[in-house]
Design a protein around this ligand. Structure first.
Ligand code: PLP
Length: 247
């Protein structure tokens, strides 16, 4: 790599990464799961390029970003020899859908039909299939994105939208994503993740033509709980890279 890399930062990231991976493995083993079935997405939102380069040097190959344009800029100037996977985990405005489609390998934050339509269109233009997760809001908090799934009496009403999305030929529905509210105690997220698993079963029964296997849950704060509750993808920033610096 041409850019000089902060060796101390690489060591720090490696250390943090080891610790996170160990804790993922411990939580998985606690409930009899194979830790290799859990993918770690390293979240670099608001982090400068140097941090991403150090992360790659530390062995990270899967990154998550929230802001399409900032991410596109970083990805475009990365110039890494490694095969890197980019996951979009933030809210997507319709006029950014083409950027997302250009730069990302997977979208976790599909939160309305309109965005699915846009992403499908751009993916089709690029002659590719884009894997997506459907974002649901299980707490009913107004500040959260995603389909409101806080009351299971309303789950039937989700089926229309989700069937529409399942039909898009250039999108590949792979499962669900949710962000719980900010709690003081990570144990408080457990009931929300249990509810997500119930919703997953409901969708497997009602929309079997789509695949609902993936559950993208768990951040620095509560990934141990998320892994115990069935996370197949965890999205972790702070515990790997430290507090976010760039604003
Ligand atoms: C920022 C963010 C994360 C990572 O949060 P940390 O607390 O830094 O681990 C995960 N998911 C989403 C959607 C985020 O916005």
């Amino acid at each position: 790599m041409s850019k000089s890399i902060d060796k101390a930062l690489v060591e720090k990231i490696k250390e943090n990464l080891d610790s996170v991976n160990q804790r993922i493995a411990q939580s998985a083993e606690k409930v009899g799961r194979d830790p290799s079935g859990i993918k770690l997405v390293a979240v670099t939102k608001l982090m400068p390029l140097d941090v991403i380069l150090a992360g790659i040097e530390a062995g990270i190959r899967v990154f998550g970003e929230n802001y399409p344009e900032q991410a596109a800029e970083k990805i475009a100037s990365l110039d890494s020899e490694e095969e890197i996977e980019w996951h979009m985990i933030g809210h997507i405005q319709s006029r950014k859908a083409d950027t997302v489609c250009n730069y990302f390998d997977m979208v976790h934050s599909l939160d309305r039909v309109k965005i699915a339509r846009y992403l499908n269109r751009y993916a089709k233009e690029q002659n590719r299939i884009l894997p997506v997760l459907i974002e649901v809001n299980l707490s009913g908090e107004k500040s959260k994105y995603g389909w409101d799934a806080s009351s299971d009496e309303d789950w039937e009403n989700l089926l229309g939208d989700f069937r529409k999305i399942a039909v898009y030929k250039n999108l590949n529905v792979r499962g669900l994503m949710t962000m719980p509210p900010l709690f003081e105690d990570p144990e408080k997220t457990r009931p929300i993740y249990k509810e997500l698993t119930r919703l997953q079963y409901f969708l497997q029964e009602n929309i079997p033509e789509a695949n609902w296997d993936e559950l993208s849950i768990g951040t620095s704060f509560d990934f141990h709980v998320a892994v115990e509750e069935g996370a197949t993808i965890v999205r972790i920033g702070t515990e790997i890279f430290g507090p976010r610096t760039m604003h």
